[in-house]
Design a protein around this ligand. Structure first.
Ligand code: CP
Ligand code: NVA
Length: 311
């Protein structure tokens, strides 16, 4: 039987997302006292970029599901010295049961999935960060549906406004995720920092619609969620000064946040840079749910791993 992968948002159907959310809520309620679908398994975690939340939530999550996480910094294995993805995939598949990977190129994940014989999970690439937005959507749904309401249903028809660098992984993931969750996405950023050709093509192929504007107030009007991300992502550090200058008008200030719906949530994947993409007051706002997003990474990823383990 071919293993299933989670490489991009659309690898699960809407019906499966509903199952993932329901299972995540169950696992969160039952923490430490639930079934262990990864019992006896070892999962490799290949990381070519820094991480706090993703690394810790996957290590703890795999452990809580009965499995063993094996962290492999990319420079500690031969991949970092030029061994091919193909050979790495073929070797690892003979030892372990699944691979969680954070790297640059999405195509490396596709190759790893194609060449290996085990499930591969995207822990962030330059193109997508699907685990993050599944957890973010779950975080909003938890608030809106309450302890027993229909989680996915509570997202339908809601609007998310994404501010800042709309050309990279988080914005791309929201473009693809919004469609899956039945939401609308409005992106606010300067010319040159909007969705690129590649994501436009992918979105067009799967019928994912989005609105891009250079007016931040237009982007947040009527929004249920105001979301932002760092101005310089991992790998773009040398562009920080130029980006800071161009992206400053898109900083989520109290004034901009107040232009969304009166009960809108503020979200950020973290790590945050207060005074850059969002003001400290917004980061600490009573309707900021940034740390709930972080902890829900654990519960939602456990549900994803449990589903993949079922085959
Ligand atoms: N949000 C997120 O993926 O955080 P880390 O880079 O700390 O894993
Ligand atoms: N866009 C950011 C997200 C970090 C979770 C980055 O890629 O660095």
């Amino acid at each position: 039987m071919k293993p299933r992968h989670f490489l991009r948002e659309t690898d699960f159907t809407t019906a499966e997302v509903a199952r993932i959310f329901t299972l995540a809520r169950h696992l969160k309620q039952q923490r430490g006292r639930h079934e262990q679908p990864l019992a006896g398994q070892t999962w490799a975690m290949i990381f070519a970029k820094s991480s706090t939340r993703t690394r810790v939530s996957f290590e703890v999550g795999i452990h809580e599901l009965g499995g063993r996480p094996l962290f492999l910094g990319v420079n500690d294995i031969q991949l970092g010295r030029g061994e091919t993805i193909r050979d790495t995939a073929k070797v690892l598949s003979r030892f372990i049961h699944g691979i969680v990977i954070r790297t640059y190129k999405q195509t490396d994940l596709d190759e790893l999935a194609e060449q290996g014989g085990v499930s591969v999970v995207n822990a962030l690439t330059d193109l997508f960060h699907p685990c993050q937005i599944y957890s973010d959507a779950f975080t909003a749904a938890e608030r809106w549906a309450g302890p027993s309401g229909d989680l996915l249903d509570s997202l339908r028809g809601r609007k998310i406004a994404f501010l800042g660098d709309c050309s990279f992984n988080m914005a791309n993931s929201w473009i693809m995720g919004a469609q899956l969750f039945g939401m609308q996405v409005s992106l606010g950023g300067p010319a040159g920092y909007g969705p690129g050709e590649k994501i436009r093509e992918i979105a067009a192929r799967s019928g994912a619609a989005f609105h891009f504007t250079s007016d931040p107030f237009e982007a947040v009007a009527g929004a249920d969620i105001v979301y932002t991300d760092v101005w310089a992502s991992m790998g773009q550090e040398s562009e920080h000064a130029e980006r800071a200058q161009r992206l400053l008008p898109y900083q989520v200030t109290e004034k901009l946040f107040a232009a969304a719906k009166p009960d809108a949530l503020f979200m950020h994947c973290l790590p945050a840079h207060a005074g850059e993409e969002a003001s400290q007051a917004v980061i600490d706002h009573p309707r900021s749910v940034i740390f709930d997003e972080a902890v829900n990474r654990l519960h939602v990823q456990k549900a994803i791993l449990a589903l993949l383990a079922q085959g």
